[in-house]
Design a protein around this ligand. Structure first.
Ligand SMILES: NC(=O)c1ccc[n+]([C@@H]2O[C@H](COP(=O)([O-])OP(=O)(O)OC[C@H]3O[C@@H](n4cnc5c(N)ncnc54)[C@H](O)[C@@H]3O)[C@@H](O)[C@H]2O)c1
Length: 528
């Protein structure tokens, strides 16, 4: 089950209806309603206009922050109508995103102007050219309003209809990667692929678009989604790539480029990748480079793509020199994880994704690992709720880490747990010779050994991880892979700097560190 948010924060410009909608949502859901401006007036004994004229905007914002933070401490549940500018404070906005569901109400500027009249009692509207002032405020706040769990249109809708949209989003909140106006959301649910046309409409203005998939996923899922998009008025160029890691090559990227350009895409066009991590990485790279960058939306169809590759914007392809050595960062516009699509995923591929889930849980902490240990059989049996919980945990972690460190200058490196030896094994076996998740499982076991050698991990942790991985049907015997041919690929891995290699060392769950280690000693520790 997804967890409905206990707190709902309603943001948006003056006149967007925050207070009225908050009361309507409160009445329907039994949550208490709070109005931040009213609380500030009560606290200060003054009207908002008076606080503004006495303290200036900065003084007002400081008081607003204080009152909001107190509310967060005191009220675990509620519908909170924020002030129009509350979310312009970066720190407070990020807190609100983490502590509940933050929604932006929007309306056309002309409609906002009609609703606020002459702007009396609203200090940022000076009574003259209200529409012009509103437009300027909306421009200045576009990035702040963009960072929300969702935007709800209020034009031509009454408070009850808007409240219904708010409640729907609060009942099943997406995960957010806040990036100003480029903010994107990861939705996880069962049967939610019907939202694709709506998400594409928000992503791309041109009717012409490209849908990338592979030979396995194409006939089962992508053709149907293409039909939906056509019904919604899109012209769709379908690109069906050969399936598998061995086709994660420049030739496949070129196939997408040629099809897209031949179809006459323009800068308003977008790409949608429907498939596993290979399709996502290739589609993402093609989108990053086509016309110097057009948007990409992901509909991941493998567990691995849902829990890992569709989030975070890494794209690229393999060469004979190693995996993913050529690529680009290109963040998606949306990610729709419909777990119903996993119904056709072969069991071996499901296990493959579970390796990345174990990795995420170990970085996240003990509660996440305990949950996996408890859900082990349900996960293997493709139980819907257990699978959704595992996806949500992984996506939450990944979204948090890529928000902190989009381009892997620091904490994002932790997500490479198990990938150093994992990539080397994949490269040595020839792409497609071993599954990515299997290689990551082996790589994690190796990482525990290295961690023990360097005093960052324990035998007990290693044994616990091995039990969990093997219980999920993943390989854990690394001895056949500890050979020169594999180590050679560790030396070209891009995480190596000079004679040192950047290695992710797992200790107890939640205690995973990134260290620069002498490559020679790492290899000696693995051989020991
Ligand atoms: N970009 C990133 O941040 C990131 C992170 C992790 C992994 N990756 C990359 O992801 C790739 C691995 O992803 P993957 O494991 O999804 O591989 P994949 O894309 O090759 O998919 C695995 C197989 O499952 C099939 N498949 C996928 N969904 C299906 C479905 N619903 N029904 C039936 N068959 C289905 C595919 O056709 C393929 O044969 C690797 O190339 C790895 O480097 C990227």
């Amino acid at each position: 089950m997804s967890h409905p948010a206990a707190r709902i924060f309603l943001s948006g410009p003056m006149g967007s209806g925050k207070s009225t909608v908050a009361k309507a949502v409160a009445a329907r859901t039994g949550r208490p309603a709070f109005d931040l401006d009213d609380l500030i007036e009560t606290r200060s004994g003054k009207t908002i206009a008076e606080v503004f004229s006495e303290r200036g905007e900065q003084g007002f914002r400081a008081l607003e922050r204080e009152v909001m933070r107190e509310l967060l401490v005191q009220e675990p549940r509620g519908v909170f109508a924020l002030g129009g500018g509350t979310v312009t404070d970066h720190g407070l906005r990020r807190e609100l995103l983490n502590q509940g569901v933050l929604l932006t109400l929007r309306a056309k500027t002309s409609e906002l102007a009609r609703r606020v009249g002459h702007g009396q009692g609203r200090p940022l509207l000076d009574g003259q050219d209200v529409a012009g002032r509103l437009r300027a405020l909306l421009d200045a706040r576009a990035a702040a309003y963009g960072e929300s769990h969702g935007t709800i249109d209020t034009d031509g809708r009454d408070a009850d209809e808007i409240a219904a949209s708010v409640i729907a989003l609060a009942d099943e909140p997406p995960q957010v990667v806040p990036r100003g106006e480029q903010t994107y959301r990861i939705e996880v649910g069962f049967g939610i692929r019907g939202r694709l046309s709506e998400r594409v409409a928000a992503m791309a203005s041109s009717t012409r678009m490209v849908l990338v998939t592979d030979q396995n996923v194409g006939p089962i899922w992508a053709q149907g989604l293409r039909g939906d998009l056509i019904l919604a008025g899109r012209e769709v160029q379908l690109v069906i790539l050969a399936a598998g890691e061995q086709h994660k090559t420049l030739a496949s990227v070129e196939q997408i480029w040629q099809a897209a350009l031949g179809f006459g895409i323009d800068r308003g066009s977008g790409v949608v990748a429907v498939g596993g991590g290979v399709v996502g990485d290739l589609g993402g790279f093609a989108a990053a480079s086509l016309l110097r960058g057009i948007p990409i939306g992901h509909v991941p169809t493998s567990l691995l793509a849902m829990v890992d590759s569709a989030v975070g914007g890494k794209t690229g392809f393999d060469t004979a020199h190693g995996k993913n050595l050529i690529g680009a960062f290109h963040q998606p516009s949306f990610v729709l994880c419909d777990v119903e699509l996993l119904a056709t995923l072969p069991d071996a591929e499901r296990r493959n994704g579970l390796a990345e889930v174990v990795k995420s849980a170990w970085i996240e902490g003990d509660a996440a690992v305990v949950q996996l240990e408890r859900d082990r059989d349900a996960l293997l049996a493709a139980d819907r709720e257990a699978t959704m919980a595992a996806i949500r945990m992984s996506v939450r972690l990944k979204a948090r880490i890529v928000t902190e460190d989009e381009r892997e200058a620091g904490s994002r490196g932790l997500l490479n747990l198990g990938h150093t030896l994992g990539h080397a094994i994949e490269a040595q076996m020839g792409y497609g010779g071993v599954r990515h998740g299997e290689a990551v499982s082996l790589g994690m076991v190796a990482a525990f050994r290295v961690a023990e050698h360097f005093g960052a991990g324990s035998a007990a942790s290693r044994e616990r991880a091995v039990r969990l991985l093997s219980g999920l049907g993943l390989p854990t015997d690394i001895s056949p892979y500890l050979k020169d041919e594999v180590f050679k690929f560790m030396t070209i891995d891009k995480k190596k700097r000079g004679d040192d290699i950047h290695y992710v060392l797992p200790g107890e769950p939640g205690h995973v560190t990134l260290r620069a280690l002498p490559l020679r000693e790492v290899i000696a520790a693995l051989r020991a």
